[in-house]
Ligand binder design. Sequence first.
Ligand SMILES: Cc1ncc(COP(=O)(O)O)c(C=O)c1O
Length: 377
Amino acid sequence: MSTTQEQATALVQALARPEIAAMKPYTSARSLAPGRGILLNANENPWPPPGGDELDLNRYPEPQPAELGQLLANYYEVEADQILMTRGSDEGIDLLVRAFCAANGSQPSARGNNDAIAICPPCFGMYAIAATIQGAGIHAYPLQATQGFQPDYAALATSGAKLIFLCSPNNPTGNLLNTQQVLKLAQRVSSSALVVVDEAYIEFSGHTSLSQAVAEQANLVVLRTLSKAWGLAGVRLGALLAQAPVVELLKRIIPPYPLPKPTIAAVTRVLNELGQQRMKQQIAIIKRERERLQTHLTGAPMVQGIYPSAANFLLLRVHNAANTVRAAARLGLILRDQSQQEGLGQCVRVTIGTPADNDALLDFFTTYQDPAAEPQG
Ligand SMILES: Cc1ncc(COP(=O)(O)O)c(C=O)c1O
């Protein structure tokens, strides 16, 4: 066992909910015996439905399909035992919160840390939702708008939370975090917290992922997803990358068969050299389009500011976000109002679409006049 793995084992012992660590996990039929032979151990129907025989849809899937796990390990450049495949990274977030944070546990424990998460709003909403559902505490450390939406690392280091959620590039602000600072934070809290870096949009940034750093940093967790750059939001597949003891802990609480067979088949078909080439071509188009939108939206009548973005979306500050989103929807353009997010009053997030989609967006913004902006008579 490597030193990093030993550190991860100690960390899991110190931070995981004791009842999860002590629990005898459910053992599914497929995890006890692989799906070969005369299968009379899982109360399945022996016949697939019409059209379902190609995938043996009458049979339960492999809980963590080995072939797909290896393909993902190759793509993310980690060991196969450092991956947990989940139903989107949403599920990875949920599993982390449930495995580490007890309900109503926002009071400091004898170890000095809380059954709480730290978040840096404005950020992806599911971290707080998962914590609220679980009854875990939430410590919010707003991103510093004057510093390009960078986190307050010094404050985070003293948060006392068991899980520190960061996102790079951040949704919805679009900025990258400095990887050296993220790693420094992970080192500072190495015996008291896991640092979870959500890299859902990293492929659009052209920057190196932190995925390989999980080999060296025992308390680092990286969330990746096939929903964005890979164009596979519909299959629901995410990858949680961490040291094996963290992955093993989460396997104790993941449902027995999280990944549907059509998902496994679809991803296995796409995750190859050709698929990667196609993805890179699409990313190149999206980056070009991001620049084109940035240029042409600058100076549009109701656009008051555009935040720099390393992701596949732009955050715009407009005259009136609610009116803008409503007016766009009347033309069939669906945008997202971000005004409810901390510090993002009158902000709208627009995803970079196809060049034709983006033409429609530009047509809208170059002609749109908000009635609320008219001088009062
Ligand atoms: C930052 C971030 N993390 C995670 C997710 C969820 O991704 P998935 O589709 O893998 O559940 C999203 C989805 O929009 C996101 O923006």
